[in-house]
Design a protein around this ligand. Structure first.
Ligand code: SAM
Ligand code: SF4
Length: 314
């Protein structure tokens, strides 16, 4: 369906947990987040019902996220249930990759079409420092497992952080020469633990792009401006939620693991879906879409949401 500003909303990001086995410094506090009571988190059945309701409102693409979706008990049942909804044409999942060696094949069998894997650095010491609990080898093994399981069109998400990984952009681009991956550089958004970080940490994708004049523009995809190194097998995407707000093209709604519909990542507004079923659930999703705000204000101030990214779903 269309929102009040004429945007067709057809993409749902569903968070299946706010817990994670990593503690990325910009996303989660070192101590993690308190484990919630069982009843506070949407059950497997409720996750599927939310997507069914969203599908009746016009959603055709679903991304499962978190926290780390692969640590969620019942994740394969959730995937199977969503993949079986006829209106859902694409089921994607965003992961830190650490559990893909055992999960990639079952995920494919459960109907997941595409994977995005997060990879903020190619240096083992930096990887350990930014994730606090992870190793670069886990991410690399996860990427290899995804390919072996037959996932194509892999996207690797790299959050650009000034003074941390901006000197690695060339190394990342080099990966695309003989690998058919899409590398996606994402601007760091000031929210949660990184809301008050130094200004120098927040790089504009445009400034990074300027350093690589060899990149040739190719067709955009969704909100990503895309490029390719001459002759490269893979592509490069730049996503600029801060410097070039793409709100006018935003087709997304989000549902948090505790069942709150958020029609804008950065808004305080939330609509509680828990306990709703059938027509009432569908009506609530419709209301949420109609309440989608025109834009966020990240260029003026940190995010208005008091939640950190793991509590919403990136
Ligand atoms: N755990 C999974 C992962 O890391 O891919 C899925 C959830 S994570 C919250 C989804 C994506 O959000 C990751 O690529 C992460 O780097 C990104 N992210 C988290 N906090 C962010 C922020 N403040 N600004 C930009 N991206 C952020
Ligand atoms: Fe976990 Fe993903 Fe957040 Fe890192 S970015 S702490 S892997 S949810």
């Amino acid at each position: 369906m269309t929102d009040t500003f004429g945007r067709r909303v057809d993409y749902l990001r569903l968070s299946v947990t706010d817990l994670c086995n990593y503690r990325c410094r910009y996303c989660m506090p070192a101590e993690g987040v308190p484990k919630r009571e069982h009843g506070e988190i949407l059950s497997v059945e409720e996750c599927i019902e939310v997507v069914q309701a969203a599908a009746r409102c016009g959603v055709t693409k679903v991304r499962l996220t978190g926290g780390e979706p692969l640590i969620r008990r019942g994740i394969l049942d959730i995937c199977r249930g969503i993949a079986g909804i006829p209106e859902v044409r694409e089921l994607c999942l965003t992961t830190n990759g650490s559990l893909l060696p055992e999960m990639a094949v079952p995920l494919r069998q459960a109907g997941v079409d595409r994977l995005n894997i997060s990879l903020d650095t190619l240096r083992p010491d930096r990887f350990a420092a930014i994730t606090r609990t992870g190793t670069l080898q886990q991410a690399l093994d996860g990427i290899a497992a995804a390919e072996e399981a037959g996932f194509t069109g892999l996207k690797l998400n790299t959050v650009l952080i000034g003074g941390f990984n901006d000197d690695e952009v060339g190394d990342f681009l080099a990966l695309t020469v003989d690998r058919p991956w899409e590398l996606r550089f994402i601007e760091l958004m000031p929210m949660g633990p990184c809301a008050q970080w130094e200004k120098t940490c927040f790089l504009s994708a445009g400034a990074v792009l300027e350093r690589f004049p060899a990149l040739e523009p190719i067709e955009a995809q969704g909100v990503a401006l895309r490029y390719r190194l001459p002759g490269a097998k893979g592509t490069v995407g730049f996503i600029s939620p801060v410097s070039h707000t793409f709100c006018s093209q935003c087709r997304r709604i989000r549902v948090t693991a505790d069942g709150r519909l958020k029609s804008c990542l950065h808004s305080r507004e939330e609509l509680d879906l828990r306990g709703l079923r059938g027509a009432a659930l569908e009506e609530a999703v419709r209301q949420g879409i109609l309440q989608k705000p025109l834009e966020h204000h990240l260029s003026d101030r940190p995010s208005d949401t008091p939640r950190s990214m793991n509590q919403i779903g990136g």
